[in-house]
Design a binder for this molecule. Structure first.
Ligand SMILES: Nc1ncnc2c1ncn2[C@@H]1O[C@H](COP(=O)(O)OP(=O)(O)OP(=O)(O)O)[C@@H](O)[C@H]1O
Length: 909
């Protein structure tokens, strides 16, 4: 040990985020940090000073350099072709921003002159161009009706080069003006948010946004929202959260209060009861006037904003009209809170702080995504802890290089038990927590929020498994106002004592997306303790605003057969164990109590279609198990388009992806046992390819917002009606049209009938038209691919067996000499057969599948040079079939009576 260290004394240091009075509650800390005698901090400061001195010196140099550079730049500019920009409209926003709408913005004159928006606006114009390119490409693909293999390839490659991130919008930079945004005015959202919405091109709120924003923003009510898939639920909770955070910050800054102490929610509710008390007293006093007064109140609440009768949309207005005793201050302002000076560090909002934002591709581009076997199932991010621990070990030296200081810094935390009911204040409050069931959804929601919060300075962090925890911790250290997370990783970091997350019990906003899925028993074991932790402080729980959203919030699926009806025991005793399934109201009540909501407003607009989008066209294909692959291949080839094929298991996804790859369909698999890096890559590739085929499990069923998915194919009947709704909801989003095809084999008839019953379908789904004569050559081709697949499987198994022999020998410390080394080829006949089959398949794929004169508009299923006509559009084909009544005949003729019988049977039950 060096002399310096020997002479040092142990000293106590304040822990980040903990008041000194609580320090003695902790036991088990072994602090070696003091060994550094704060040398690290000092040195950091010193190095900062050094940097400043260097900066000053360099500015003198830079000034002279910049003169030269300017000259060069001018010279360069002279050489460049001049771009003339003619702004068609220039409007000044109330917040002082200028908005121009130009036909061509390359580069805008505003971009050059406007200091504030210089970089951002340039970026936007680039994004806009890329977007246009993308859309143009798609339009060209479809309207030109010609797809050459080279063009197709180029397109795929071109799209790859763009590297947009998951959840990033591809809509064109909108040409909306502030005047177009009037329909948002009634919600009184901050100008910064309106500006972002304008740029996103969101001219009007969607129905769910319209119905939930008044109660959420003005009434500060908890919201239980159920609306069809793709209807904008994310912003229905995102906008109130962003607005609420801005108001809280504003209030804290104005009055010098501690944000932690400002209650947010329930003012309206408490006040409502107070007002109602006063109202009733007044009304009693007024005697005769009572009837009129009541009528007035009722009328003001009948605003069409709620499906229930507990609407508070007009509360502020009502209050003002109603009584003079109740003054007309803003709802937040009404609270008398203990005045406490804020800590200096509270005001941390900084737009330009890029590091505070989590960027998916930042994570992807760096090599800290983990390898395949580290990453298993979303819902159970458990296995990651060990590997991430290694990352954490390195984390201590992340910001300061120990070698530079000469003395390292060691943190030893010995199984610390943090008291659950302690309030943690880090000076950078965590305002909102958003929980989602899948990692991809968390990333997507973050992106949507970041886009809406573009001008607010609010930072959003994404905390998900499958990515290095060290980066996520770093982002958390910067104190983001919003954390979007999956339960597993959040729970892990929370238990590791991550300071920012210790504020979970004081969050002002909690949103649980896809709530019904999240709270399903046995799915997220971390969720229950998480909620316990979040609800551990009663005063904060009751002041917290909660948002619970899903397309199937009020949908209750049938119980599995084993849970209903009579059961005969081994001894022959008959037990009637009929369990009644929950009613929608019971389901909602359960959610309310589990989350700790109070007085929520229920906005359920799923009544008619039970969660599926109005613009969705549903259909089915009934076939034998044997022919499912052929039907699927037929649809993919006959009706090309961006398609998601859903399977019920990881095994099915793997098998199908392998088969489709052999058939040259370029499938992109997605399932929970893939490495996270690959999952995201495949999703991004799928999004960028207008002819992409994603083969996925239900991990992709909920929430994913990939624009312009043309078809959703349920390769297997989903296990529940909820899954059917969510899978189907990946198409027909944001008022666009889409088609879903449910593939049913006889053994799935029961599940199909159950889904129909749960979704109140009075008749069977219409059959998707597939001409049988068109299917014959497809069957032949698929059979050849399957044969090849079987041979490949044999080969893989044999190779695995050989590897196994070698491994066992090594494990037993056996000397493996040359004679023992297995022959490179296990079975020469297998190899030969493989070669032959491959050749055969390739030649079949290259041949026209249909004889000349075949009724299809193009001659082959497999030739990319084939013409694609609008008649090939599956949605149009289906719609036409419905219109012409082809289906009625089909229904009578078909052998699906078994399904109808089953359905009838269900009705009798
Ligand atoms: N006001 C709006 N105007 C136009 N588009 C909007 C608006 N609000 C949201 N969107 C867009 O609608 C699409 C669907 O939104 P979102 O993902 O929030 O749907 P959702 O209801 O949560 O769907 P799901 O139930 O599948 O999770 C997104 O691309 C989003 O950008």
């Amino acid at each position: 040990m060096s002399k310096k260290i020997k002479t040092m004394k142990w000293d106590s240091v304040p822990l980040e985020g903990f008041p000194a009075s609580l320090m003695d509650k902790f036991q088990g800390f072994v602090g070696l940090e003091e060994c550094t005698d704060y040398g690290l901090d000092k040195n950091v400061k010193r190095s900062k000073k050094k940097k400043q001195v260097n900066l000053q010196a360099s500015t003198v140099q830079n000034e002279s350099k910049s003169k030269v550079a300017k000259k060069r730049k001018n010279k360069d500019n002279k050489n460049k072709p001049e771009t003339v920009v003619v702004p068609s409209k220039k409007i000044k926003l109330s917040n002082g921003f200028f908005v121009e709408s130009c036909d061509k913005v390359t580069p805008s004159s505003t971009n050059i002159t406007d200091k504030d928006g210089k970089v951002k606006q340039k970026k936007e114009s680039v994004k806009g161009n890329q977007t246009n390119d993308n859309i143009r490409k798609k339009v060209e693909d479809k309207s030109d009706k010609v797809l050459t293999s080279t063009a197709d390839k180029k397109q795929r490659i071109g799209n790859k080069a763009k590297k947009r991130k998951l959840g990033e919008d591809i809509t064109e930079v909108s040409s909306l003006t502030p005047e177009d945004m009037l329909s948002w005015a009634e919600f009184k959202l901050p100008q910064e948010i309106i500006k972002a919405l304008m740029e996103l091109g969101f001219k009007n709120p969607t129905k769910i946004q319209q119905l939930s924003l008044p109660a959420a923003v003005h009434g500060r009510r908890d919201i239980l929202g159920a609306a069809e898939t793709g209807s904008g639920k994310t912003l229905a909770f995102g906008l109130p959260i962003l607005t609420g955070i801005m108001k809280l910050k504003e209030k804290a800054a104005l009055k010098g209060l501690d944000v932690y102490d400002i209650p947010y929610k329930k003012s309206s509710v408490k006040k409502k009861s107070k007002i109602e008390d006063q109202k009733s007293k007044k009304i009693k006093r007024k005697g005769k006037g009572r009837g009129n007064k009541e009528k007035d109140v009722k009328e003001s609440s009948e605003d069409g904003y709620s499906s229930g009768d507990d609407d508070v949309k007009d509360e502020p207005a009502k209050v003002r009209n109603e009584s003079e005793e109740i003054n007309n201050e803003d709802f937040i302002e009404e609270f008398e809170v203990p005045v406490r000076k804020r800590e200096e560090s509270v005001d941390e909002g900084n737009d330009s702080d890029e590091e505070n934002y989590t960027h998916l591709s930042d994570m992807l581009d760096s090599d800290d995504l983990k390898s395949s076997d580290e990453d298993e199932i979303d819902e159970n991010d458990k296995n990651e802890s060990k590997l991430d621990q290694e990352d954490n070990d390195a984390d201590g030296v992340d910001e300061v290089n120990p070698n530079e200081q000469g003395i390292g810094c060691v943190k030893v935390i010995d199984d610390v038990e943090l008291p659950a009911n302690v309030m943690y204040k880090t000076g950078k409050p965590l305002y909102a927590l958003i929980l989602t069931p899948t990692r991809e959804l968390a990333i997507q929601i973050s992106r949507h929020l970041i886009a809406a919060a573009k001008y607010t300075g609010i930072k959003v962090a994404t905390i998900v498994g499958g990515m290095a925890a060290v980066k996520q911790e770093r982002v958390l250290r910067s104190g983001p106002e919003i954390v979007v997370a999956t339960p597993g990783r959040l729970w892990e970091l929370l238990n590791q004592g991550q300071p920012h997350l210790q504020q979970l019990s004081t969050v002002k906003f909690l949103a649980i997306d896809e709530t019904d899925r999240m709270l399903e028993r046995g799915h997220f074991e971390e969720l229950e303790p998480l909620l316990e932790r979040i609800n551990s402080d009663e005063s904060h729980r009751s002041a917290r605003q909660n948002f619970v959203f899903s397309a199937t919030l009020t949908l209750v699926h049938d119980l599995p057969t084993h849970m209903k009806g009579k059961k005969v025991t081994k001894r022959g005793k008959i037990i009637n164990r009929k369990i009644n399934k929950m009613t929608p109201q019971q389901k909602i009540n359960k959610l309310i109590s589990m989350i700790g909501m109070t007085d929520p407003k229920v906005v359920d607009i799923t009544a008619e279609n039970l969660g599926t989008a109005e613009t969705l066209t549903e259909s089915r294909i009934t076939c034998s198990f044997e022919h499912k692959d052929s039907y699927l291949y037929y649809i993919l080839k006959r009706h090309p388009g961006r398609t998601i094929v859903f399977c019920n298991s990881i095994g099915s996804v793997k098998r199908l992806a392998q088969l489709l790859a052999l058939l040259k369909c370029q499938p992109l698999p997605l399932h929970a046992s893939m490495p996270q890096r690959q999952r995201l890559k495949n999703l991004e590739r799928f999004r960028d390819d207008p002819l992409g085929v994603l083969v996925a499990t239900d991990v992709a069923a909920r929430g994913l917002d990939i624009p312009d998915v043309d078809h959703v194919i349920h390769y297997q009947v989903p296990k529940t009606a909820e899954n059917y709704v969510h899978r189907s909801g990946r198409t027909a989003r944001a008022s666009k049209e889409g088609l879903t095809i449910l593939m049913i084999e006889p053994s799935e008839a029961y599940s199909y009938a159950k889904i129909c019953r749960t979704l109140n379908k009075t008749s069977e789904l219409p059959t998707f038209p597939v001409p049988l004569h068109g299917l014959a050559p497809v069957k032949e081709l698929v059979a050849a691919a399957r044969a090849l697949d079987a041979l490949l499987l044999r080969q893989r198994r044999a190779a695995q067996a050989l590897g196994w022999r070698e491994r066992v020998a090594r494990d037993m410390d056996m000397i493996v000499d040359d004679d023992d080394v297995p022959a490179a080829k296990i079975d020469p006949s297998l190899d030969k057969a493989l070669k032959m089959k491959r050749k055969q398949l390739d030649s079949m794929i290259s041949r026209p599948l249909f004889p000349q004169g075949f009724s299809f508009k193009y001659p082959t299923l497999n030739d990319h040079v084939a013409l694609v006509t609008p008649d090939d559009n599956a949605l149009q084909v289906m719609k036409k079939a419905i219109e012409t009544g082809e289906l009625k005949k089909d229904k009578r003729k078909s052998k699906n009576d078994a399904l109808l019988k089953l359905e009838k049977k269900f009705k009798k039950l």
